[in-house]
Design a protein around this ligand. Sequence first.
Ligand SMILES: NC(=O)c1ccc[n+]([C@@H]2O[C@H](COP(=O)([O-])OP(=O)(O)OC[C@H]3O[C@@H](n4cnc5c(N)ncnc54)[C@H](OP(=O)(O)O)[C@@H]3O)[C@@H](O)[C@H]2O)c1
Length: 435
Amino acid sequence: MKEEVNVGLLGLGVVGSAVAGALLEKEAMIAGRVGCPVRLRKVLVRHAGKERAVSPSMLTLDPSTVLDDPEIDIVVELMGGEKPAHDYLLRAIQKGKQVVTANKEVMAKFGPEIMDAASTMGVDVAFEASVGGGIPVVGPFRLDLLANNIQQITAIINGTTNYILSRMAKEGIDFDAALKAAQSRGYAEPDPRNDVEGIDAAYKLAILATLGFHARVRPEDIFTEGITKLTAQDFRYAAELGYTIKLLAIAREVDGQIEARVHPAFVPLDHTLASVNGVFNAVHILGDLVGPVMFYGRGAGPGPTSSAVVADIIDLAQRLHSGSVMRPPVPLEKTKRLRPVEDVESRYYLRLQVVNRPGVFAQITRVLGEAEISLASVIQKSETDSGRIAEVVLTTYEATEAAMRVALRALSALPVIEEVSNVIRVEDTSRPARN
Ligand SMILES: NC(=O)c1ccc[n+]([C@@H]2O[C@H](COP(=O)([O-])OP(=O)(O)OC[C@H]3O[C@@H](n4cnc5c(N)ncnc54)[C@H](OP(=O)(O)O)[C@@H]3O)[C@@H](O)[C@H]2O)c1
């Protein structure tokens, strides 16, 4: 039983500064909740000489000052990136320290190994802030939802892309203008690739799917497509058809296999996720006992993220104080396999530029029919090039990814198709599949 719990931070940036601030300002409240004082002792940074929110005596540039100090009970990793964060986490575990991290990249790539190493050492690793910032979602998976077989996770888990897509939907602007708006408000990095290409969302989905399905889902197992090809026209057609467009992270169990994908999708306007706008995130979970539950809130930012990190510190400190630290990880089921993306079924929206003459629809329908894809709706829109070219929008019933790839190749080869301008999946579980 500890009568005082000492904390070492690795990183004092956006999140680290907020965590340090909360630990210092809320010291009395935290001590009351834990039952003993929780003291911030040391903080690792990379650059000397920056103005910092903590006393200079706490700062160090040497990781061993935190990792090898026997007085430090909890190491909190808030540096980000794979290296050296991954090595430092393992070193802290080997030294018998409890660990808290907000690092989605490391937990997505190495989470199960890290949990195993912690289990061997009889310590715990808490990572609530690695997905959804301040939204409680890791905790519910590790505890409250354990009685369920999880059927599906559908999430909006990247605030940058959700902000961009919300602006595009609301203002009819194109991707580049919406990205600039996000950058000018500090919601997108100067190099936004990790967010707009869906990589960040795939890291978070790997963590959620591994927790939810008790099966190893790696970031590279996740089919990932970003939002850069979306245009103002796609949003106009989506609205006309009763949808909006969101970057969805979806994982579900189908025939004993795990399907995991991140891509833009048409979402019906009456679906709960359609009203998650701006930088907000939401994780919608379907469990066999609980039914649908949704967690909603701010998925990033110093306040929400420090809320999750400090809660993890309080939880570990309570357990250190009471002498019952270990919460063994739920073993992973080794038999569950990842579903190949070619087998994934979805409805589709296609926007095509076609030569404006009779018989074109018959050719399109024939190509889709040969790939066993049925049309659900067709809209012919604005003519361009003095009426020579027409824009055509189709939606299909459920088709496999493999069938759609075959159909797209055949469509692109038709002389009457000038261009396949966009292809977007339609996530519409409320409507019946083709029979
Ligand atoms: N920002 C958010 O809203 C948010 C939300 C959820 C999760 N997260 C996660 O939280 C973590 C931290 O994010 P952040 O936004 O706070 O990052 P950040 O502002 O870039 O801060 C990183 C901190 O780590 C230190 N650092 C980086 N590499 C280091 C190294 N090799 N050795 C020593 N110190 C090093 C930096 O030191 P210097 O100060 O000396 O440069 C800085 O203090 C990341 O894993 C991120 O994914 C962030």
